[in-house]
Design a protein around this ligand. Structure first.
Ligand code: SF4
Ligand code: SF4
Length: 358
């Protein structure tokens, strides 16, 4: 006999923001008059009501243990009325209306190994992708790259000495997360996927794998009497999109998956329109746990920008002013033909497929 449905649908979704806001934030929501930066890593917001709220920003190592979260929560209880928040770049921010709490909070954070900074014209922490810990297709541990780079840029996080803010990203595959940034470190595959024909038919949905390819390089085929897929290697752009759909098309390789550096991206409309990043270094070794070649190149680029950029110029704007020739001269990076995309080969590198992808 059919039973009557008695349960109710539970709505899912994010909580209301209000319950998490610091009381001073909540009271003055949308009614802030101005803000200033009394020192690197500290923001002072002043509301129309006269209320003042200090925000102290500190770096974390991105993949934090429960112990570290508890330690940070203890600091929030001691100095910030029990409130803290994480930024999209994995900084942690504490808010307090009490100016006397700011210096002791900074001292406690630094004693615990969390540098305070990342505001104004500094190098803020890196927005990066999930890496080995959470995703099934990464060729590199993006979190590890981010930690290694930020260790090398410790000074530039804690001091506001750049011409303008510097935003960095890392991406552990070529096709998904990540984004435009002043400097981005992105995985670069250098050869087509290797196909395991023995298991492909059992583990992959072939039509959707074919549809994944942006240049229509994947074709159905038969190998040893079994249905399988093949790649037209002349068309393949080594993007790795098929690997995400089909684990039998492995593209990650300890030797042939490299890292590349792109520069000059910008999301904001301030002064100049948003811009796309350009490739300036490629084929860098993907060598955990510290990726020293990547950090070294980033330091060179940032040193040249710091020395030559004018106040308020973002990295891409600095390059636009001095030109790419001088960029390569001043950073000492080698320039080669692979860094030029003049669209002459658009017929073979653009998306020519009419497949619908999801
Ligand atoms: S960038 Fe690619 S590999 Fe890295 S987390 Fe995102 S989808 Fe996964
Ligand atoms: S999806 Fe990308 S890596 Fe796979 S065959 Fe197509 S171009 Fe090559």
């Amino acid at each position: 006999m059919a039973t009557e449905r008695t349960w109710k649908t539970i709505e899912n979704g994010p909580h209301e923001l209000d319950e998490f806001l610091h009381p001073v934030s909540l009271k003055n929501y949308g009614k802030w008059k101005y803000h200033e930066r009394p020192r690197p890593g500290v923001l002072k917001h002043v509301a129309e009501s006269g209320d003042v709220l200090f925000t102290v920003r500190a770096a974390t190592h991105r993949q934090v243990t429960v112990d570290i979260v508890r330690r940070l929560c203890d600091l929030a209880d001691r100095f910030a009325d029990g409130h803290l928040r994480w930024t999209v770049r994995n900084n942690v921010e504490f808010m307090t209306p009490n100016a006397a709490n700011v210096d002791p909070l900074i001292a406690a954070l630094e004693a615990a190994g969390h540098p305070v900074g990342g505001t104004g014209p500094s190098v803020s922490a890196i927005a990066h992708t999930q890496g080995w810990l959470h995703c099934d297709i990464p060729a590199v541990d993006a979190s590890g790259v981010a930690k290694s780079i930020m260790d090398a840029l410790f000074h530039d996080f804690a001091h506001e000495e750049m011409p303008n803010r510097v935003r960095l990203t890392t991406s552990c595959c070529e096709i998904n997360c990540g984004g435009q940034a002043d400097i981005a470190v992105v995985v670069q595959h250098t050869r087509p996927p290797r196909i395991n024909h023995e298991i492909l038919a059992n583990v992959c949905e072939m039509p959707s794998t074919v549809a994944r390819c942006p240049v229509a390089a994947i074709r159905p085929t038969t190998v040893n009497g079994k249905p399988s897929l093949m790649v037209v290697e002349e068309k393949c752009i080594y993007c790795g999109a098929c690997f995400g759909a089909c684990p039998a098309m492995e593209i990650n390789h300890p030797e042939h998956s490299k890292l590349a550096i792109w520069v000059g991206g910008k999301n904001s409309n301030a002064r100049t329109k948003p811009g796309n990043m350009k490739l300036v270094a490629h084929g860098l070794p993907n060598n955990p746990p510290r990726w020293p070649e990547v950090s070294e190149l980033l330091k060179r680029i940032l040193a040249a920008y710091k020395a030559g950029g004018r106040d308020w110029e973002r990295l891409g704007e600095w390059i636009d002013r001095i030109g790419w020739k001088r960029f390569f001269e001043e950073t000492g990076l080698p320039f080669d033909k692979f860094m030029i995309d003049n669209y002459r080969h658009a017929r073979v590198s653009f998306n020519q497929s009419a497949h619908i992808r999801f």
